[in-house]
Design a protein around this ligand. Structure first.
Ligand code: ATP
Ligand code: MG
Length: 313
């Protein structure tokens, strides 16, 4: 470090005679050292402050001149707390809603089966049942998202066999497809496997396949391909359905974002599916690539980096 400002001195705990010291003496965390040496500074890095675990710093590096770097450090503690509050809030509310909903569901089911309900009430009861089931799915999705955001992947990792997983997904998807006469085609390298958490990967890929079932019409074709491309494993779900207008594509992985804003029960969803996909991919060192042409169809590609040295800790 050759020069610093007053706030930098405070945030990093520098002293007057620290000039000439390596920056990693102050920001010692392994992930910062990797970031500094990695020479890829497109995204900033968030880390604890060196002398205060309660304080969170965002570090952004810019390279200039002859191997010189400018490091901008921001105190993002407040942002971090707000983010944590949001996560806790969603987790607590979803959790608390489960019990009352189970009670309502139970009574509605009992009433439906009782056989003594006057006809005009039956329609209302059916709708109550449908809507409370939707709420149940929504709460489960919110809890899944919270879990994906807060827990680390370590623990349940195994070598997931891709062909078997995709076959299971297609079996379920064809049940969901019902009498829509949709065609499922798959083309998977038989030896493909990926290190990760099987239930999460299965949930991500099935979200993509179920979307293709839901948003394409009768007789459509739904293809799942998986192959290796240099140091990446690609899983691709394509359809020849109505496609998605380009203006929506950048926002599809936001929570609750839907192209058709009406939340009618014909198309059902709540807009959490692709948010879940995105989080699962982040946790598996992967990215989601959405390509679509209105009127021609959509193709959603999951790319997983197979380079094991970038495994997160
Ligand atoms: P959920 O998955 O939570 O039940 P959802 O399916 O509406 O609800 P997402 O899976 O996040 O939510 O998808 C977001 C939107 O993207 C959908 O509402 C749909 O309009 C659009 N979409 C997704 N996949 C396709 C597809 N294969 N073809 C056309 N539109 C799609
Ligand atoms: Mg969906």
């Amino acid at each position: 470090i050759s020069w610093w400002t007053k706030p930098a001195r405070r945030l990093l705990g520098l002293r007057n005679n620290d000039s000439g010291q390596p920056l990693v003496n102050f920001l010692r965390q392994p992930h910062f050292v990797r970031y500094l040496e990695g020479n890829n500074y497109t995204d900033p890095l968030t880390s604890h402050a060196p002398h205060n675990l309660e304080q969170h710093l965002q570090v952004q590096i810019t390279q200039f001149g002859q191997n010189e770097r400018m490091v901008v450090v921001r105190d993002v503690t407040r942002l971090h707390h707000l983010e944590q509050m949001r996560k806790d809030f969603v987790a607590n509310v979803s959790h608390e809603l489960r019990t009352p909903l189970t009670v309502i569901n139970g009574y509605v089911e009992t009433l439906m089966m009782s056989g003594e309900i006057p006809k005009p009430w039956l329609k209302a009861l059916r709708q109550m049942e449908q809507q409370s089931k939707r709420m149940d799915v929504l709460i489960k999705d919110l809890l899944t998202l919270t879990r994906l955001e807060t827990n680390s992947t370590e623990g349940n990792k195994s070598q997931v066999q891709i062909p078997q997983m995709i076959e299971r997904i297609i079996t379920n998807a064809s049940v969901l497809s019902g009498d829509k006469q949709q065609k499922f085609i798959h083309n998977i390298d038989s030896q493909l496997s990926l290190a990760g958490e099987e239930s999460e990967l299965e949930s991500a890929i099935s979200n993509l396949v179920y979307n293709a079932v839901k948003y394409t019409g009768e007789g459509s074709e739904i293809r799942s391909n998986s192959y290796r491309e240099s140091d990446q494993l690609v899983i691709e779900v394509c359809d020849n359905g109505p496609g998605i207008d380009p203006m929506h594509i950048p926002r599809l992985t936001e929570r609750f974002y839907r192209v058709d804003q009406s939340r009618n029960s014909a198309t059902g969803g709540t807009g959490l599916g692709l948010a879940i996909v995105k989080h699962v991919l982040i946790r598996h060192n992967g990215t989601l690539d959405i390509k679509s042409q209105p009127g021609k169809g959509s193709s959603l590609l999951c790319r997983f980096n197979l380079d094991s040295s970038s495994d997160s800790d």
